[in-house]
Write a protein that binds this ligand. Structure first.
Ligand SMILES: [Zn+2]
Length: 320
C-alpha cells in the first residue's frame, strides 16, 4: 500500500548530530533502511530550525539542512528522489521506489521577512511550509500566543499568495486560530495541517476543533495524524497505536474520507505510542484500521493517496 507521511523532523537530527547521512543514522525514528523496510512511498522532510538559532541564524541553519537534504538525494539517488513537481509523483503509486522526498520548512523564520528568500528556497527545492511554529513570527501568530493571538501579518498574507503562485503547499499546523482562519480565507489552493489531531479527543492547543477539521476538508485539504502522545491522549504515559487510530477514525467521521492523512512527527517527538515506535511500524496502522471496519479504499486514501492528491493539486506541473 502506498504510504505518504506529511511530517518528520529527521533533518534537524542529521544537522545537529553532524551525521548528515540517512543511510547510517542510528537511533532515529526515520532512517533510509527503516523507510525501505516500511515500504514508504513518499515523505515530507521538514526543516525545523532549533529555537536556539531563531530568529538570527534561522536562514543560515535552514540552508545547512537544505544541503543535507540534497546530499542525501545525491548519495542515495537510486533509493531517494526529490519531489519537486506533480510529474515526480506520476507512476509512483504502482512502483513505490524510489522514495519521493518533499522538502518543507516548519516556521517561516528562515524567510527573514523577505519574499525573495521564499522564492530562493523554492528554487532550492522547498515545496511546503508550516507558516509558524508555536510562537509569533513575521508571518503571523502561532498557538503559543494563546488569548493574545492575532492573525496573519501583511507579510504573512503576501507569503500565502506567493506560495500559491509558486506551487508550494501551505501548512496550517501550529497556527493560532485567528491566523488559521485567515489562511483558509485567502489560500487559493487546498491547505494541509501536516501534523495535528482532533481537539475533541485530546484537548491540547496543537489540535484542531471540529470546525477547523471541516473547514480544511471543505477546501480539499488534509489533516496528518500526529503520533506525539501529548496530542493523542490526556495521559501521554498510556498511549498506544489504538488511540492514534481513534483520532484517524474521528477525523474521518468529522472531515470525510478525503481529509485524513498521516503526519507522524517522528524525530520531533520525545516519546512514541506503543506499537508506533518508529517509521517501520507505520504499516501496522493498516490492519488496525481494517479492524475498525474501514474499507481498503478508504485506508489507501488515509495512508497516502489523500496527501498525494493535494500534492498533485498544489505543486507545479513540472520542475523548472
Ligand atoms: Zn511541529
Amino acid at each position: 500500500m502506498y504510504i505518504f507521511d506529511a511530517h518528520v523532523d529527521t533533518l534537524a537530527i542529521l544537522a545537529e548530530t553532524g551525521v548528515c547521512d540517512l543511510g547510517t543514522l542510528a537511533g532515529a525514528h526515520v532512517t533510509l533502511p527503516k523507510m525501505q523496510r516500511a515500504g514508504i512511498g513518499a515523505q515530507i522532510f521538514a526543516i525545523c530550525v532549533p529555537r536556539k538559532y531563531v530568529p538570527g541564524m534561522a536562514l543560515h541553519i535552514a540552508l545547512k539542512m537544505v544541503d543535507i537534504f540534497w546530499r542525501n538525494m545525491d548519495r542515495y539517488s537510486a533509493q531517494l528522489k526529490p519531489a519537486l513537481s506533480k510529474k515526480d509523483f506520476q507512476l509512483q503509486v504502482q512502483g513505490q521506489q524510489p522514495i519521493r522526498c518533499l522538502l518543507s520548512i516548519e516556521g517561516g523564520e528562515p524567510l527573514a521577512g523577505s519574499l525573495a528568500n521564499l522564492r530562493i528556497l523554492f528554487r532550492l527545492g522547498v515545496r511546503a511550509m508550516t507558516l509558524t511554529w508555536n510562537h509569533r513570527n513575521a508571518l503571523g501568530d502561532g498557538v503559543a500566543e494563546g488569548e493574545r493571538a492575532s492573525g496573519l501579518t501583511e507579510f504573512g498574507y503576501e507569503v500565502v499568495a506567493e506560495m500559491n503562485r509558486l506551487g508550494m503547499i501551505v501548512d496550517v499546523s501550529h497556527l493560532a486560530e485567528p491566523s488559521f482562519w485567515e489562511v483558509l480565507e485567502v489560500s487559493r489552493k487546498p491547505v494541509i495541517a501536516s501534523h495535528s489531531n482532533a481537539y475533541a479527543l485530546c484537548g491540547h492547543r496543537r489540535n484542531l476543533t471540529d470546525q477547523q477539521i471541516r473547514a480544511i476538508a471543505d477546501r480539499g485539504g488534509v489533516i496528518g495524524v500526529n503520533f506525539c502522545p501529548r496530542f493523542v491522549v490526556e495521559n501521554p504515559n498510556n498511549c498506544t497505536i489504538e488511540q492514534v487510530v481513534d483520532h484517524i477514525i474521528y477525523l474521518y467521521q468529522t472531515g470525510g474520507s478525503d481529509a485524513v492523512a498521516l503526519g507522524s512527527d517522528f524525530d520531533g517527538i520525545a516519546s512514541t505510542p506503543t506499537g508506533l515506535e518508529d517509521v517501520e511500524k507505520i504499516p501496522s496502522l493498516i490492519p488496525a484500521l481494517e479492524k475498525r471496519g474501514l474499507s481498503t479504499a478508504v485506508i489507501e486514501k488515509i495512508m497516502g493517496l489523500n496527501l498525494l492528491r493535494v500534492a498533485g493539486e498544489t505543486l507545479p506541473e513540472e520542475s523548472s
